[in-house]
Every structure is written in C-alpha cells, then in structure tokens.
Design a protein around this ligand. Structure first.
Ligand code: KIV
Ligand code: ZN
Length: 389
C-alpha cells in the first residue's frame, strides 16, 4: 500500500516532453535521461508513445528492460492497436503500465472524433478493460478534462474505475484552467464518484497561461496523489509542469500542503536539467525557477549585503539542495561596496576603507560600461588602488 503522505511523481519528459518541437531524442539519449530519472528517484517513467513510430516502440522496449525499481508506462489512444503497441513496449518492465487516453470535452468529441458522449463512455469502458486484461497497472486520462462538463467527467471516471483503471488522470491539456478551478474540479470528482478513493488521482498540466505549477499544486491540495511533470517543464507549446518547481514548492512550503512530500532526490535536479537541455538542444532560460543559471545569483547591492549577513534574507532554499555549487554574488552596476569587498577578499585582496572607496568608484564606472565585471577586471582595479590612500 502506497504511503498516503507521499505524492507519486510520474515523469513524462520522454513522452510529452519529447513532443516539444525539436526535442526528439535517440534511444541512446533516452536511456541516459531514464538513468538520470532513476537517480532522481521518480516513481513512474513514461517512456514514449509506442504506436507513434518504430523508433518509439524500440526506445520504450529498451527503457522497459533497462530500468529497475519503478514503473515504466507507454501511452496509447483508446484503440486496440495502440494498446497492443503500448503493451508490446512495456511488457518486459519490472512494473509495466499502460496509459490510455481519450478526450472528454465536447469540443474534442465533436471536432476530433465526431462521436457522442455516450459513444466515448463506451469506448472508455471497452479500452480500459482491454488494457487491464493485459497489464496490472492502467492509467486512464480524460484528455481536455478541464474543458469537459464536470458531471460527464464524473461518469467517465466511474466508467474507467469500474473497467479496471488503477490511476485516473484529469489533464489540463491546453493550459486553460486556474488553480482554484482545477482544485475544485478534483474536489467535485472526489465528492461524487463512488469508489474514487480506490484509484490514484493524478494531475497533468500544461503551461499555456504560465499556471502549470500553480495548478498542479492546487490539485495536490485538493487530494491528488500523483503529479505528471517533466524536467525543465519541457513539453508541447509552452510546456508541461516542471518537476523541480513542484517538488521544491512542496519541500519549501510543507505547511501549505499538509506536509505532503515526494521521494525525489532534489540534489539531482541541476544535473537532470543540464542533461535534458544538452540532449534536446533546448536551452534553460536563466531566470527559470530552481534550475536556471540565475536562480541563486544576486547582483543588487541590498541583496548582496543581506546575503553576506545571513543567507535567509534572500534565499528560500539552498543552491546545494537542488544540485548547484554555491550562491553567486554577481558584480554589476547594481552591486554595493560590501559585495565588492567580499569578492575582492575571496580573490585575496583586503583593501582598507580609503582604497575600497576608490576601488568602488572605479568599479561602478566599469560596471556601467560592461554587463558584468570579471575577476580579471576586479583584480586590475584592486591592484590600481593598493597603497593609494
Ligand atoms: O496533455 C494531455 O492531455 C496529455 C494526455 C495524453 C495525458 O498529455
Ligand atoms: Zn500533456
């Protein structure tokens, strides 16, 4: 029985993340990412969409054979061909999982499939049942759940549950929801679907309005026990929920989530981020939370001064806790005398008050011209000020 205080982390970097334009990875590269996901200690690795291509099924098979100690999932539309391919991909895993999805919003039912709600419900029943006959763990996702009618969603959840789904995922496929609404949707389902507590409820968000992390956390607060995430928030369009953001939010603000935690080894985040960025060629924005190059850098004088007195002034988590070396005090035109003095001391220069005053005046002139002063710049300023006073 899973620990009810632990949130299961379902990583979909290799599936939804890889659907990001230009993010295609070879099997060898996917194996490297899978190894890093194991080091991160994720619970489930969604390895790919086996029906998509011969390369995809081959990669899913390799990952299924290679990975130990966690579930490996393969995605399938609600169709027997897809489910057979997904099963073929994951069957050799220690813990295989088939992930079946079907859209439930009227927009999708009408324009994508031209089928009725009734027909979709029948399809869910048949295909979840079909997958469950093959595989002990089956996740059902109601694609575009957040634009679906909530009462119909209740019916779909009940159908999937009765057909044997072990996890039910309600994705915000187009990143349309808001935190309050997404949390309320899960509360609605939990209050109305008989037996829903027997399955794991899961959140899966996209970042089209920049709310993927907030929505995922709202779902956790509403009782969801699985989060679907990617490294760096890689994914279709504006991306998926970033694993590092959700994990660190739970860790940094336990009081807001009744102490819910994950089993993730957070000190592996920076390595994971850099690996995925290198393999996909998609850079990480410098101001990206947790793993961006500036996430633990301070340039402003007031901040540097505070940091030099006590790190708690401007740091809510330590850089080491997510795999960075140390905080960076970047010297630029917003930096103050304290920051300059601290860096010069690290470089071996202890200037007296008068020397420091002159050095700082020279530094500010330079910093106005250059974005950042290098250590060589600082050394040359320090040398020029020694014995001046
Ligand atoms: O965003 C989505 O709806 C998906 C499903 C396939 C789970 O990625
Ligand atoms: Zn998705």
């Amino acid at each position: 029985m899973a620990d009810p205080a632990v949130i299961r982390v379902f990583d979909t970097t290799l599936r939804d993340g890889e659907q990001s334009p230009g993010a295609t990875m070879t099997t060898e590269e996917k194996l490297q990412v899978a190894d890093q996901l194991v080091r991160l200690n994720v619970d489930i690795i969604e390895a790919g969409f086996p029906i998509a291509s011969p390369g995809d099924i081959a990669a899913v098979k390799e990952i299924a054979r290679h990975v130990h100690g966690r579930a490996v999932a393969g995605l399938a539309r609600a169709a027997t061909r897809d489910i057979d391919a997904a099963w073929e991909g994951v069957r050799e895993a220690e813990r295989p999982m088939i992930h079946v999805f079907l859209a439930t919003s009227d927009i999708h039912l009408k324009h994508k499939f031209n089928i009725s709600r009734e027909e979709a419900a029948q399809r869910v029943k048949a295909m979840v049942g079909y997958a469950r006959n093959l595989c002990p763990e089956v996740e059902f996702s109601a694609e575009d759940a957040t634009r679906s009618d909530w009462d119909y969603l209740c019916r779909i959840c009940e159908t999937a549950l009765k057909a044997g789904a072990t996890t039910i995922n309600l994705p915000d496929t187009v990143g349309y929801s808001t935190p309050t609404e997404y949390g309320d949707m899960f509360r609605y389902i939990r209050n109305r679907v008989p037996g829903i507590e027997e399955v794991t409820l899961s959140a899966h968000c996209h970042n089209d309005l920049g709310m993927a992390t907030a929505n995922t956390l709202a779902a956790v607060a509403a009782g969801v026990r699985q989060v679907e995430v990617t490294i760096n928030g890689l994914g279709e369009r504006a991306g998926n929920t970033a694993m590092e953001e959700v994990v660190m939010a739970l860790r940094t603000r336990p009081e807001s989530f009744s102490g819910m935690l994950t089993n993730i080894a957070a000190e592996e985040f920076v390595k994971a981020s850099q690996l995925v960025s290198r393999l996909t060629g998609i850079p990480v924005q410098p101001n990206k939370a947790v793993v961006g190059a500036n996430a633990f850098s301070h340039e402003a004088g007031i901040h540097q001064d505070g940091m030099l007195k006590n790190r708690l002034t401007y740091e809510i988590m330590t850089p080491q806790s997510v795999g960075w070396g140390d905080t960076k005090l970047v010297l630029g035109k917003h930096s103050g005398r304290h920051g300059l003095d601290a860096r010069l001391r690290q470089l071996g220069y202890r200037l007296n008050a008068a020397e420091l005053k002159t050095a700082y005046a020279r530094f500010i002139v330079l910093a106005d011209e250059k974005k950042h002063a290098t250590d060589e710049d600082l050394i040359s300023i320090a040398e020029s000020c020694k014995d001046l006073a």
